[in-house]
Design a protein. Sequence first.
Length: 99
Amino acid sequence: MQVQSQGMVENVPILVDNAKIMAKGQITLPKDFREALKLGTGDRVALIYDGEKVIMMNAMHYAMKTLQKDLEGAAKEVELENDDDVVKLIMDMRYGENR
């Protein structure tokens, strides 16, 4: 995570070691975290439980990474080797192979 410090950008972890859980299980996410994750009001986060820790990610980024992993190698399976192959596939799907 990058933070601005006296005009310099440093790659340092941001630690909040005393976040309080409120009655409804809510915590306030510090501004530095929201900015680093590019989150705004109403955005969603993905929470991943991993043993003794919880990983929080921007839900949109997590979904994209999951999709990319799931589709890894799919293009080769259907013999898509370049952009022209993708355009041809889309055109065939839209208008049929006999256009």
